[in-house]
Design a protein around this ligand. Structure first.
Ligand code: GRF
Length: 193
């Protein structure tokens, strides 16, 4: 890992694939932060709604064609280097980063996941949580490793499942918490690098 102590500005890249509500919230919260700057937004999906927020806020953004994963990852690695990115934050990025990519980047990659990891890794967390009649769910910020949703946990927020919860209601409540913990977790994480 590269030591960041003494550096003035830490540049973040956010990877998205869809709505980008986490991106929108992070852009808003980091806007007045003089130490941490979101300077690159990447999407594998040209139609990702989140790209609009990057554009609107004049943040450099790019769509990466993922037909060839190795090629796509090499393009991303070049962009990260060119933009002096120190930390990558995945926010609804639907592609799994390869072992090669993680090793080659060699800097922290964070992800936000809508469950209380290590429970409910992968997709469709809310419907599985409801089907299993869990009492609690939540969201987790963790470090990305080659094993899906399994890296060190940085922050977690637990919320109670209500009797009348469905996937939509639960996902909305959890997303609200994601917006709060992702920002706090990134700030805290970057401060100890
Ligand atoms: C979030 O629930 C996040 O935890 C998951 O994908 C969703 C992305 O939402 N990884 P958004 O695109 O940030 O609105």
């Amino acid at each position: 890992m590269v030591k960041l102590i003494g550096k003035k500005i830490i540049y973040l890249a956010i990877f998205i694939s869809g709505n980008g509500s986490n991106l929108k919230s992070l852009i808003k919260k980091f806007k007045n932060n003089s130490k941490i700057k979101i300077s690159l937004v990447l999407s594998n999906n040209p139609k990702a709604k989140g790209l609009f927020y990057a554009k609107k806020n004049k943040i450099n953004y790019k769509t990466i064609n993922y037909v060839n994963k190795k090629k796509a990852e090499n393009i991303i690695l070049n962009l990260l280097e060119k933009n002096k990115i120190e930390v990558v934050c995945l926010a609804g990025f639907m592609k799994i980063l390869s072992k090669y990519f993680i090793k080659k980047f060699n800097k922290p990659i964070l992800n936000i996941h809508p469950s209380l990891l290590p429970k409910y890794k992968g997709l469709n967390t809310h419907s599985r949580v409801i089907a299993n009649k869990e009492k609690f769910s939540g969201c987790t910020v963790h470090l990305v490793t080659p094993v899906l949703d399994s890296g060190k946990i940085i922050a977690q927020k637990r919320i109670k499942i209500r009797k009348n919860d469905n996937v939509l209601k639960l996902s909305k409540r959890i997303l609200k918490q994601e917006h709060i913990i992702y920002y706090k977790a990134i700030r805290k994480f970057v401060s100890i690098l």
